[in-house]
Design a protein around this ligand. Structure first.
Ligand SMILES: [Mg+2]
Length: 222
């Protein structure tokens, strides 16, 4: 009998292009504390980390209480953005939905592992009607920030699929390093927020340029 395989998708930069909304909320957060907003490119680099780690990376010289205040302001700004712009909170990348429908077979289980808060991920799953595809979802509220392998360990526990039969699909070095720490296959996507060279340097087994290439890349799992 063939053992089932598990595909774990990152969210921002992999399934959904949400960079504008995240950059906007981060600008609002820094502005609320009368701090200079970090450059857009710097924000692009930290999408994928959980919020505390992202804020610390963007404002390393500030004391913990300031970082905590930015964190709160970012969460508030994200929620306000979602409420004020219910239809413009990002869009699915081309081929996302078709890939999920194609791969949704009895032998393939799917999950999401994201640095988003639980509240943010639930919103995305509802907006794009994707909830039914995923047997497990992991967020910043469920495990340590990527690249710690905790989210993938939880996915293994929830699905019963071991690392040897698991592939992580993501756009950042945080996803690739998390996959490597878990001991599963690391598939990088070139359409997201980190350069392909960085994904390869972090240990990606393969890079795909389009969701149409995912099925072929998954043959690594046998
Ligand atoms: Mg990402």
């Amino acid at each position: 009998m063939i053992q089932p395989r598990l595909i774990v998708f990152d969210c921002d930069g992999t399934l959904v292009d949400s960079l504008f909304a995240i950059q906007h909320a981060m600008e609002q957060a820094f502005s609320a504390l009368a701090l200079d907003a970090p450059p857009a490119e710097a924000v692009r680099g930290i999408v994928g980390l959980s919020v505390p780690q992202a804020v610390e990376a963007l404002a390393p010289d500030h004391p913990p209480e300031t970082l905590a205040a930015i964190d709160r302001a970012f969460r508030d700004a994200s929620l306000a953005y979602r409420q004020n712009n219910p239809q413009s909170n990002g869009q699915l990348y081309p081929g996302t939905r078709a890939a999920l429908e194609r791969l949704n077979t009895p032998n393939t289980l799917m999950a999401v592992a994201t640095g988003k808060a639980r509240r943010g991920l639930e919103h995305v799953l509802d907006v794009f009607d994707m909830r039914a595809f995923f047997m497990a979802t992991q967020t910043a509220d469920d495990a340590p920030s990527k690249p710690h392998p905790g989210m993938l360990q939880n996915c293994e526990r929830m699905t019963g699929v071991a690392a040897a039969r698991t592939a992580m699909v993501g756009d950042t070095t945080f996803d690739i390093a998390m996959a490597r720490a878990h001991g599963c296959t690391a598939i990088g996507v070139s359409w997201g927020y980190h350069p392909v060279k960085d994904l390869l340097d972090a240990g990606a087994h393969v890079i795909i340029d389009d969701f149409a290439e995912l099925d072929g890349a998954l043959e690594i799992l046998g």
